[in-house]
Design a protein around this ligand. Sequence first.
Ligand code: ATP
Ligand code: MG
Length: 363
Amino acid sequence: MSVSYRIATIAGDGIGPEVAGATVQVLQALLGSDVLRFDWLDGGAGHYDKTGEVLPQSTLDACRASHAILHGAAGLPGVTYDDGTEVGNDLHLKLRFGLDLYANVRPIRLLPGVESPLRHHQPGTIDYVIVRENTEGLYASRGAGVVLRDEMASDSLVITRKGTERVARFALELSRRRQGAPKDGKRRLTVCDKANILRSYAFFRRVCDEVGAEFNDVELDYAYVDAMTVHLVKRPDFYDVIVAENLFGDIISDLGAATVGGMGVSPSAELGDRHGLFQGAHGSAPDIAGQDAANPIATLLSGAMMLEWLAVEHADDRLSDAAGRLRQAVDGVLSDGRYRPREFGGDTGCSAFTEQVLRQLEG
Ligand code: ATP
Ligand code: MG
């Protein structure tokens, strides 16, 4: 087969270039440049600083025309628009909305050789997926909140039927397909909300329920977000797929990442009906940028998610095989025990870790 896939690749800011570079190197080693073609594209806060553009039209067009998007991370402190507001990760947000990437998929899995701060948990026992609604919720208020006479401020929370139905359906279908299962072997969708206090969350739960009724094989479960933070620490092995409104999904996925080693191990995929963007669940971590200190695992595993998504979209087994080899290589380096990323208190930097992943692939 000579099919090739165009991957729109945006390094971005901070540690973005380091972790995206590492991932491209590994993906090329896995499949060769005939199968995957990486187009490096401009964008981000640093690019804005130089050119006055966060997301050039040419980058957006190339993303639209590509098979998938691989992203490092975006955002740099201190880079602001003329009105003084931070540019931040606007590149990422513009892509999210421009391509309607409504489901933010964040697997939380404890890898071999990684110590969880939840000491009684072993690899394999924490293995669930958070599906964060990515286009509305409280974050829909971004830029639209108001401050009244410096005395009061307010934002609004928006939940739509359409937005909730599509993300709930996505999460239920994911539960149907996924391999990892909770300890009791049940397929389960946990709806995480605050339905007891706010009407919008009660509506979110009701719409999830309605869609869930079409899926007899997936058990519906509910948790208020405050209780959810306790459950994810005390009994993470109970969970299969969790669906949450944008803000709550953001918060519980950082919590989940911490339980399996840190921000640097958590991958993410942002998916719409036509496009997919893959990047670590972390931001651009400017505090450690340029020091070869970043953990590349999150982006490497996002690369594996990209291959798996492309494999399904294009019915191409070569890509799912490659994704499996990539996961095994990361697991292999971690299990070896000699190469602990700096994020875990070890001394293996981004490039040294990547080198070991490449070794595993050769061996
Ligand atoms: P965002 O607003 O995009 O969520 P953030 O301000 O929350 O970004 P992150 O970049 O996600 O910040 O990360 C918070 C901290 O976690 C970083 O400052 C860094 O110390 C650490 N961190 C994040 N990603 C990594 C990584 N890949 N490797 C090592 N440490 C990381
Ligand atoms: Mg964050």
